[in-house]
Design a protein around this ligand. Structure first.
Ligand SMILES: Nc1ncnc2c1ncn2[C@@H]1O[C@H](COP(=O)(O)OP(=O)(O)OP(=O)(O)O)[C@@H](O)[C@H]1O
Ligand SMILES: [Mg+2]
Length: 377
């Protein structure tokens, strides 16, 4: 039976069972309805499209089992509901990625499989548990970032105030020194003061600049980052553009977002030194649109989904839980501020930033809601 016919038969069944697809269209949980015999999908709601990262058109007519790549526990659940005449089963399952989908990860989800009133149809509903966990984690992170910000600001001011005095006094002292051989010591004071000044300026950066809120094209932002990174790493590094060109313009502080993505991409390029040497280093900029996302308990209709993925060695394990904390660095000479600043800038746009990393694959994922009003903190 073709997908069109199936859809018609589903519509008949749906109206007979007073089952209203438009209502399901609005539910936040992912729902698919499928034929009991063939397991072919006859209906996919927008939340399922978004969860699977595939369009309704490409999904309808596919088999449920093709979709979830031979997921044995899921097969078992479907069969038990079908054979046992049980009306519904619920279970926590890992849903694997699907062929053709952009998401390559597995998702831990709460899954419900149920018979519908029409005995030819069954439905499957799922809700990623990650989402709930993430929402709780986001909130914790937001509080942490706020505390960090205060601490950094106070600390930076405490250091900044005497710093000018120390440097000035060292310079005066240098004029008075009878022996040029002693300049070495005053120069150490001056150089170290300058280094601290740069650090303090970075610490204060998110607090100092007035936000410039404007409408901008995300890909232009990424292109700027791309050329900056390639200017510094001209050989042996590929930066792949994987753009969804239909993304609408964003409202926000473009300079801040350039800085955030630059810090992330810069880290990736620095981590890729081995791969750059052997000519296989690559960073991917991937943009997509995300629908119905929840960030810090706020629900947004549309969000920018941005991944910066590299094929480097991965985040060193001993710091992987703390990379967004200030002054945490796994790099010789690193000040450990790049990611803290990136996180602050993204959060000032109500977004979140997370990282998944293993050897050969590090993915920094940024989500920023599309705002229609000027509401950047
Ligand atoms: N893509 C990546 N691959 C491997 N390790 C990474 C990657 N991104 C970050 N890291 C690790 O996280 C640490 C923290 O990064 P962060 O940008 O905050 O500080 P930094 O790069 O050390 O110093 P700064 O950016 O302030 O100059 C890095 O030192 C590095 O060890
Ligand atoms: Mg860095």
């Amino acid at each position: 039976m073709s997908a069109g016919l199936l859809r018609n038969s589903f519509k008949e069944a749906a109206s007979a069972a007073s089952f209203v697809p438009t209502l399901l269209d609005q539910l936040p949980n992912a729902i698919v309805v499928f034929e009991v015999e063939t397991k072919e999908l006859v209906y996919v709601n927008p939340a399922a499209e978004s969860s699977l990262d595939l369009s309704r058109k490409s999904l309808e007519g596919q088999s449920l089992f093709d979709l979830f790549s031979d997921n044995l526990p899921l097969n078992r659940m479907v069969e038990e509901v079908r054979m046992g005449g049980i009306s519904a089963q619920r279970q926590e399952l890992v849903i694997h990625s699907l062929p053709g989908s952009i998401h390559q990860e597995s998702v831990q989800a709460h899954v419900v499989v149920a018979m519908l009133e029409n005995p030819r149809l069954m439905m499957m509903e799922w809700f990623p548990i990650d989402q709930q966990l993430r929402s709780e984690r986001d909130e914790r992170v937001t509080q942490q970032v706020e505390a960090n910000k205060q601490l950094m600001r106070n600390l930076a001011h405490e250091i900044k105030n005497p710093l000018g005095g120390i440097r000035g006094a060292a310079q005066l002292l240098e004029f008075e020194l009878p022996d040029k051989g002693l300049y070495e010591y005053t120069q150490v004071i001056i150089k170290e003061s300058d280094r601290l000044q740069t650090l303090v300026d970075r610490l204060l950066a998110p607090h100092r600049k007035a936000h410039v809120i404007e409408s901008f094209n995300v890909h232009e932002t990424l292109e700027r980052v791309r050329s900056l990174v390639l200017a510094e790493f001209p050989h042996g590094l590929r930066i792949i553009r994987n753009y969804d060109t239909s993304l609408p313009n964003m409202l926000g502080d473009q300079e801040q977002l350039i800085q955030a993505v630059l810090n992330i991409a810069h880290n990736a390029a620095q981590a890729l030194s081995e791969e750059i040497r052997s000519g296989v280093a690559q960073i991917e900029f991937r943009t997509r649109i995300a629908r119905s996302v929840t960030i810090s308990k706020q629900r947004y209709k549309l969000a920018l989904d941005l991944h910066v993925i590299d094929n480097g060695p991965g985040i060193p394990e001993d710091i992987s839980e703390r990379i967004f904390f200030p002054l945490v660095s796994g790099r010789e000479g690193g000040s450990g501020l790049g990611l803290t600043l990136a996180q602050t800038f993204v959060q000032q746009h109500q977004g979140f930033i997370a990282c998944e990393s293993r050897s050969g694959y590090t993915d920094f994922h940024i989500q920023i809601p599309y705002r229609t009003q000027e509401k950047v903190a």
